[in-house]
Design a binder for this molecule. Structure first.
Ligand code: NAD
Length: 258
């Protein structure tokens, strides 16, 4: 049985009720985990208010600001987790960013700044968070990140985010190899296209979803809840033998050649 009772789970990347991270947090909570979340701080505090109201039904016992570009904020997150929980069992990395102009048009036009920002936020942050989580996962743990097929195959307009996801998937393997001796498992879920705040910045996202609905074996794309269920599985003891893997939760689209 999938049971996360007694597990402490920190979920990053909730922006609103369409966020994949929200689907994951709900499924982890339903399986019995105690939940902590972050919000991306902004000057007007809009994300904080929105995320606070949204997650209230999950009774989060950790609720902290974190912009992953700021080392002090990342360190403060894990200090808070140490104080409140004393340990961490589950870390969900569910965040990414690239500027809108780098998510359409020619890949060769990607600016140095756009490339650096996309890889810093979308890729390096996994390693930074995993490093900070490691000492708190003294009883072992599970780290899950979110990737997309565009990190393996060319998807129109995905551009620099494809490069970021490719590096993210390789980071999963290096982290899994290193952290395995601490009984910390590291895996990725490659989700099918879902309408969210982040995906709406990718040029032609509606067309991508329609294409998947026509071609995928299940003739549809996936939901945040389905991704959440897969994440709950990967974070549970049912997946105790699985690490370093990319699990496709995409209605089967990835297997199709034509
Ligand atoms: P989303 O917009 O709901 O989530 C993206 C999150 O990233 C937001 O919560 C945002 O606050 C956070 N973020 C951005 N910059 C940040 C920073 N500097 N510090 C901390 N947080 C920051 O969109 P989503 O689609 O749910 O994206 C979640 C993850 O799923 C991403 O890694 C995305 O690439 C991946 N993914 C999405 C799809 C899809 O079709 N939506 C498919 C496969 C993978």
């Amino acid at each position: 049985m999938l049971d996360l009772t007694g597990k402490k789970a920190f979920v990053t990347g909730i922006a609103n009720d369409l966020s994949i991270a929200w689907g994951i947090a709900q499924q982890l909570h339903q399986a019995g985990a105690e939940i902590g979340v972050n919000y991306l701080p902004d000057e007007k505090g809009r994300f904080e208010k929105k995320v606070r109201e949204l997650v209230e039904p999950l009774n989060p016992t950790v609720f902290v600001p974190c912009n992953v570009q700021d080392d002090a904020q990342v360190d403060a997150v894990f200090e808070t987790i140490k104080e409140k929980w004393g340990k961490l069992d589950i870390l969900v990395h569910c965040l990414a960013f690239a500027s809108k102009e780098d998510l359409s048009g020619d890949f060769s036009s990607t600016s140095r700044a756009g490339f650096t920002t996309a890889l810093e936020i979308s890729t390096y942050s996994l390693t930074r968070l995993a490093s900070a989580a490691k000492p708190l996962m003294s009883e072992g743990g599970s780290i899950v990140t979110l990737t997309y097929l565009g990190g393996v195959k060319v998807i129109p307009n995905y551009n620099v985010m494809g490069v970021a996801k490719s590096a993210l998937e390789m980071s999963v393997r290096y982290l899994a190899s290193e952290l395995g001796s601490n009984n910390i498992r590291v895996n990725a879920i490659s989700a099918g296209p879902i309408r969210t705040l982040a995906s709406s910045a990718v040029g032609g996202i509606r067309k991508m979803i329609r294409h998947v609905e026509e071609v995928a074996p299940l003739r549809r794309t996936v939901t945040q809840t389905e991704v959440g269920n897969a994440a709950a599985f990967l974070c549970s003891d049912l997946a105790s033998g699985i690490t370093g893997q990319v699990l496709y939760v995409d209605a089967g689209y990835e297997i199709m050649g034509m």
